[in-house]
Design a protein around this ligand. Sequence first.
Ligand code: SF4
Length: 343
Amino acid sequence: MADANERNGGLDLMEPRYRKDDDESRTGVGPGDRRRAFTFERYADHLRKRYGTQVRRVPVDAGFPCPHKRPDGSGGCSFCAPAGSRSPQLDAVEGISAQVRRAASFAKRRYGPSQLLLYFQAYTSTNAEPDALKAAIDEGLTADDFRGLVVSTRPDCLDAAKLALLVSYRRPDFDVEMELGLQSSNDATLTRIGRGHTADDFARAVALCRGEKVRTTAHVIFGLPGETDAMMLGTIAFAVAQGVDALKIHDLHIPRGSALAASVLAGEMTTLCHGHHLELCARALELIPRRVVVERFTCETLDSARLLPKRQIDKARFYRDLDEYMERNGMRQGSAAVPTALT
Ligand code: SF4
């Protein structure tokens, strides 16, 4: 069998240095020793500190298409599923109020009393005329009691007028936040994966949000084709330097039918293993100042729609492993962060 690098067409998907057994023997701290030192800020803790209670997102699909895909679903980013980018929870497109009622009642049933954030998650949620965007938000907000609004979009699909509309919803007890897809800060990678925007587009969008004091979260993918560890960690440093407030990191998933699926089937690439992704996340956290929270490290895709990885990373296990790995190796969030003037 070919080794990993041969299978990857020479991509730098090196074997991770991470070895659980090595870690335990190196530090002498075993699994039974649970004296907890701070390793990284948990998103749930961050939310509890901010809101004083647990907070859940209610994901909705406004039905706005991705401007980067053709009407038949082809084109767009090479890692994007033919059906586009949307949560597996959003299996059927229905009216916004119906989506809110269904998702909010699920959240309350499963997690108990929580404050809710209305989350426009699917595709490119600002790809609409202002009137249509406003109508979608109004419909969502009247379907339940929300503490805030989170809108996910491409960095090249946000302008001052759309941001002003979103900011008009902000109140002392109602937050407005943006999520911006970066994926990589390397323009060569962005071109290779067909993102259709540059790192500068992302920097401009973050600056726009910062100008309006809107919290921003950057989406980053580890394991994109052609990316070395240094490039992935460079993306983290770039996002932090732009002044983002949060990051969502996940390992690359390759959906069946996507352009990258063809590369996998041709034996040109594969995806990161659990240990390599874990090591990258730990090293990334060292670069991320404590003012920036990492909202997630993994993602979920349907087994039936995913070509690789064969088994997706279990979120709860990953958190535990990451915490243990960082503790055993004396790693702390922000320990290698570059000081900036950003607050
Ligand atoms: S911008 Fe999002 S929805 Fe559009 S092609 Fe890329 S990943 Fe898919």
